[in-house]
Design a protein around this ligand. Structure first.
Ligand code: ATP
Ligand code: MG
Length: 433
């Protein structure tokens, strides 16, 4: 099989450090390629997020070649070569292993790329290619002679703009169900189609996602919703009926239009912020995703369990978060702010006196205010509460000055440099969505 395709990539697209790593490996007599998502993105004229190198050199050999490197992973070692803040990940070609499946998953078997590495058998680049998920992710680029090795017809699928699993979908999804989420994510990211068999098998085998540890699903949810294409990713999860395996309680409430709309607005605003290089936090996204279940549980506690209105918020939050953790983990650093955003929704109707000042001074006021605006935009009738708090910030700039929780980093920098007085006069951020 002749699988070398000659392709010249613009030199400036290619990461200098990754090139250096490949060059050094070649000089030492090893095979080495750029591999995976970076080659795919380069061929699509997109800037890759990170650069991975694949080689027949064993990890110890790689480490000995680069002073700025260290081995990571326990059973299957890969090498991180560090250049300042950037890391090039170098993995040795791996052969397929029949016993390998997601049940062997624990974090020590997962490379930065999230691949399952349960064994120590090395192979050829062809074997390495077969272990990858999609044909478009199984491309190997040699920057020295500008050749793409394409053993599984990935270039053809790139041209057809389709995501196709390598091998038999059932087998590959059983081996690692997260590949279903990856297919949906790459469709959202690249605007491709998912090849038919690859796609229809998602509905059939989606239930296998129940076996994936919540911590790994949390990571996947972040990739789905915090990469600038969250709205597409959400639509894709719904279309392939995979959303229910991530957020079952939310899924059950999607029929209520307000809920789905709020989620879509939150994801849309996340995408916009990422597009504008503004910071985003999972706390805000999770607050929107679980707002419906939270309200429902709160009402149930009040109506059916006689819990007081004062205790209901806390208890409902505890219950909803505890249940969600069975599916995706939510680290405390995000569940804390998420609760704040929720609880402030119930305090914002206090429009006067000390209570209003306390709300405006809360460190999560900005996020809660943004959330309130989204609720209104989703169609909730709140008697102009959003407009009230917009005006409040104009009238009382001192109260909300410390609430820079979700403002752009560059704005925060200029705040630090500017005088306090100037900052206080800054008008409030107007609703961006
Ligand atoms: P991104 O742009 O999101 O980084 P990527 O394709 O680089 O996309 P990574 O998660 O960084 O995705 O993984 C790097 C490569 O490792 C993939 O291109 C693929 O070849 C392989 N890979 C990652 N996860 C899996 C998996 N679960 N099963 C098989 N191969 C995988
Ligand atoms: Mg990658």
């Amino acid at each position: 099989m002749s699988d070398a395709v000659s392709i010249t990539l613009k030199a400036d697209q290619l990461n200098l450090n990754a090139r250096k790593v490949v060059k050094r490996l070649h000089e030492s007599g090893f095979e080495a390629y750029l591999v995976g998502g970076c080659v795919r993105d380069l061929l699509l004229d997109k800037q890759p997020k990170d650069f991975d190198v694949s080689t027949n050199a064993h990890p110890e050999e790689v480490r000995d070649l680069f002073r700025n490197s260290r081995m990571v992973g326990r059973r299957f070692k890969i090498v991180h070569v560090r250049f300042g803040r950037e890391i090039v990940e170098v993995a040795t070609f791996r052969a397929e292993h029949p016993e390998e499946d997601h049940e062997t998953y624990d974090s020590s078997h997962i490379s930065e790329g999230g691949m399952i590495l349960s064994d120590n058998r090395y192979g050829t680049f062809r074997e390495d290619a077969r272990r990858r998920d999609f044909t478009i992710n199984a491309l190997y680029y040699d920057p020295e002679n500008e050749e793409v090795l394409d053993p599984l017809d990935g270039v053809k699928d790139l041209e057809k703009r389709q995501i196709r699993l390598i091998g038999i979908p059932e087998d590959r999804y059983r081996e690692d169900p997260v590949r279903m989420l990856r297919a949906i994510r790459f469709r959202a990211k690249l605007g491709f189609d998912i090849e038919d068999e690859t796609r229809t098998a998602i509905k059939e085998y989606g239930f296998l996602l129940q076996d994936i540890p919540p911590a790994r699903l949390f990571e996947e949810v972040l990739k789905l919703f915090m990469s600038g294409y969250a709205l597409q990713a959400f639509a894709g999860l719904i279309n392939e009926d995979a959303f229910r395996w991530l957020f079952p309680d939310t899924q059950n409430l999607l029929a209520e239009p307000l809920n789905q709309k709020l989620i879509e607005l939150a994801l849309e605003s996340t995408d916009t912020r990422i597009g504008n290089d503004m910071p985003v936090t999972p706390a805000f996204i999770f607050a929107a995703l679980l707002w419906g279940p939270f309200l429902e549980e709160r009402q149930r506690l009040i109506d059916e369990e006689g819990v007081t209105i004062y205790a209901a918020n806390m208890e409902a939050a505890n219950n909803v978060i505890a249940k969600q953790q069975l599916f995706t983990s939510i680290p405390k650093r995000f569940s804390g702010p998420m609760r704040d955003i929720w609880f402030l929704q119930f305090r914002m109707p206090n429009k006067t006196g000390k209570k209003a000042v306390a709300v405006a001074n809360h460190k999560r006021f900005r996020a809660a205010y943004d959330f309130l605006l989204l609720r209104e935009k989703a169609g909730e009738a709140l008697n102009g509460l959003g407009a009230f708090w917009t005006q409040y910030q104009i009238d009382n700039p001192l109260d909300t000055q410390s609430s820079n929780h979700r403002r752009p980093a560059d704005q925060q920098n200029s705040d630090r440099q500017g005088s306090r007085r100037r900052r206080r006069k800054r008008p409030p951020r107007t609703p961006s969505t």
